[in-house]
Write a protein that binds this ligand. Structure first.
Ligand SMILES: [Zn+2]
Length: 153
């Protein structure tokens, strides 16, 4: 994982982060102050946004990362290559949000579909702290319930 300046992001990465920032505006959470926006970039160059959606039973929360992937899937795009995350960071003192464990395992499907590691950009809401990383770095040993054997499709 590396820290980068906003000015060092490529134009498409800035566009993706901007989309995640706009998704934050529609995040729903009347229970805590954590709200997150995310955006994914498909192989075809399409961007899909997702906003976090909290629930009184927190186990039912849907994170912005999963919402963005499901938005892409609903629109027929599943080869996701990049993910941007943008959090209201008033709670965490300015550090960018990292995907939760449930999202990491969920996102683990994407490299199987796209054939590429998922690039992740995450920023605090003032864009003064931005990290670039990859899914394989955040989840080096994903769950593989079938002892690594792939199901026949
Ligand atoms: Zn999550």
């Amino acid at each position: 994982m590396i820290a980068v300046k906003l000015s060092k992001l490529r134009p498409l990465e800035k566009k993706l982060l901007k989309a995640a920032e706009s998704a934050l505006k529609n995040a729903y959470n009347p229970y805590t102050r954590t709200t997150v926006g995310a955006a994914v970039l498909s192989k075809e160059g399409k961007i899909f946004k997702g906003s976090s959606f909290a629930n009184q039973s927190s186990g039912s929360n849907v994170c912005a990362e999963r919402a963005a992937v499901l938005n892409a899937n609903t629109n027929g795009f599943r080869k996701i290559e990049k993910l941007a995350i943008f959090e209201n960071d008033s709670v965490k003192g300015g550090e960018p949000a990292m995907p939760c464990g449930i999202c990491l395992q969920f996102l683990e499907e994407l490299p199987k579909i796209s054939g590429k590691d998922l690039e992740i950009i995450t920023s605090n809401d003032s864009k003064t702290r931005i990290f670039k990383t990859k899914l394989s770095e955040l989840l080096p040993f994903p769950y593989n319930g079938s002892n690594g054997k792939k199901a026949k499709r």
